[in-house]
Design a protein around this ligand. Structure first.
Ligand code: ADP
Ligand code: MG
Length: 464
């Protein structure tokens, strides 16, 4: 029918604009490696910020003692305490609590730095109170803070916020010293802890990965947002002043902030451009907006909306569908529709009904919805793989003849829970590296590595 034809045209236009053939992916990897180089050369040299983390040693398993950690930066905020018991026993105890952040504290008129950090401090205070006295008795508690936004660091335990990303936008915090802001809030709760480390979730994931595996060279976050960190040799960081060079090692962990990567070789569509324009951070985080969990559902919604403006297959927007409501369709929704194995695609039918109030679709229309999920998720997974290849190229790993094992630790709900995404990402790595080299590149899930990593970095930089 004419309606099906019109819808088909939208889908084939999408497919074409999202295409990621091998040559394009190779360009993406090379462009990213080039931007990384530019970001290391001078401060502000690239949209890929290449932030120096001041983490110049990674945990080796020998760490001991109890450490607290905060993990702020995604949908859920986590508080945890771990007891590290050395090489044999490793993490002897781990207590964690997840606390949802009220959306009014994340953006909008009520969202101030004082309120946000006040909320974080009160959750920490409650956690510590519920825990009672730990075995360490009088020893001062030490805290690692994972704060997953671009921060300009001047030492391992201080830094100022460059800008917000993802769903956060708290204006008065930009430019502020994040550690000082949290410490002020903590003292209002009579919480006396030593803040030993301020890190990013990528750096935390890298630390947690290294704690269990000596061959970890990089870490990638594929969750609400996306980012990567890797181990760089200190003398390759031209923008580092001699006084900033590490004293006892020649390595430095770099938080790439690759979400900010932008290049003409990235395949973008009209939907991406509209999403970007209406986002909290227009013109920024281009790569992230093509890949991460905050956005995939929203991209799919925009494609469905376009179809419904062309034909009646998805019901009537004026007649009560939710297709105009931003972010009603989530990435977990996309994932469950994409994995729908029922012959009638009942999961798709239910998602369309529950989320978008679209009912009575034909099986053919539902198949088309799955196809759209597939196109959007595949582009994301392939671009993420190209990013990993870019990092490997930058550090001279994973090439033909490189006999070393290179491990990439990955954390984040998109990678952990979206099986087809994960498989596509892994097969793309093999496609790009070649079967032989790919066999020595290991992508390893480091679930909740970011929180544990903050505790580990705090332990590694502990002064007691
Ligand atoms: P964060 O990135 O917020 O720290 P997570 O690593 O837990 O937290 O990732 C959460 C994100 O992962 C969600 O925003 C969502 O986009 C994505 N996600 C969670 N579950 C799924 C799923 N089943 N399928 C696809 N994506 C998922
Ligand atoms: Mg996270």
């Amino acid at each position: 029918s004419a309606a099906v034809e019109a819808a088909r045209r939208v889908v084939s236009g999408l497919r074409e604009a999202c295409a990621t053939p091998a040559t394009r992916l190779a360009d993406v990897a090379a462009a990213l490696a080039g931007e990384m180089e530019a970001g290391l050369a001078v401060e502000g040299g690239s949209r890929v910020k290449m932030i120096v983390s001041y983490v110049d040693s990674l945990p080796d398993g020998g760490e001991e003692g109890s450490f607290y950690a905060l993990d702020l930066g995604g949908t859920n905020f986590r508080v945890l305490r771990v007891r590290l018991a050395g090489k044999e026993a490793r993490v002897a105890e781990r207590v964690a609590r997840e606390v949802p952040i009220p959306p009014r504290l994340m953006s909008g008129g009520d969202a101030t730095s004082e309120r946000l950090f006040g909320f974080v401090a009160s959750a920490l205070a409650e956690f510590v109170a519920d825990e009672g006295h730990d075995a360490d008795g009088e020893r001062q508690r030490e805290l690692g803070f994972t704060f997953s936004f671009p921060v300009r660091q001047t030492s391992i335990a201080s830094g100022t916020l460059i800008r917000w990303t993802k769903a956060f936008s708290v204006d008065d915090a930009v430019g502020e010293d994040v550690v000082a802001a949290l410490q002020t809030a903590m003292s209002k709760h009579n919480l006396h802890m030593r803040m030993s480390a301020l890190i990013n979730d990528t750096v935390g994931t890298l630390a947690a990965g290294s704690y269990y595996d000596d061959d970890v060279v990089a870490a990638v976050i594929l969750g609400t947002g996306t980012n990567a960190a890797y181990v760089e040799s200190a003398d390759a960081i031209a923008k580092l002043e001699p006084s900033q060079l590490p004293k006892s090692s020649n390595i430095m962990v770099i938080n790439t902030e690759w979400g900010g990567f932008d290049s003409p070789c990235l395949p973008t569509t009209e939907y991406d451009r509209a999403l970007d324009k209406e986002s909290l951070n227009p013109g920024e985080q281009t790569y992230e907006k093509l890949i991460s969990g905050l956005y995939l559902g929203e991209i799919v919604r925009r494609v469905l909306l376009k179809i419904s403006s062309r034909c009646s297959l998805l019901g009537d927007v004026g007649g009560g569908t939710e297709l105009r409501t931003r972010f009603v369709l989530t990435t977990p929704d996309v994932s469950s529709m994409h994995h729908d194995e029922t012959p009638d695609l009942t999961v798709v039918a239910k998602t369309l009904a529950d989320r978008l109030n679209i009912r009575g679709t034909s099986l053919e229309t539902r198949r088309m919805v799955v196809e759209i999920c597939d196109i959007v998720a595949t582009r994301s997974a392939r671009l993420a793989a190209a990013g990993i290849v870019g990092i490997l190229r930058k550090i001279g790993r994973g090439g033909p003849g490189d006999e070393r094992r290179s491990v990439v630790a990955v954390d984040g709900g998109l990678f952990e829970h979206y099986a087809k995404f994960r498989r596509r990402m892994e097969s793309t790595l093999e496609e790009m590296l070649g079967e032989e080299a790919a066999a020595r590149v290991v992508v390893k899930l480091a679930s909740d590595g970011s929180g544990l990593g903050a505790a580990l970095v705090a332990a590694a930089h502990s002064q007691s």
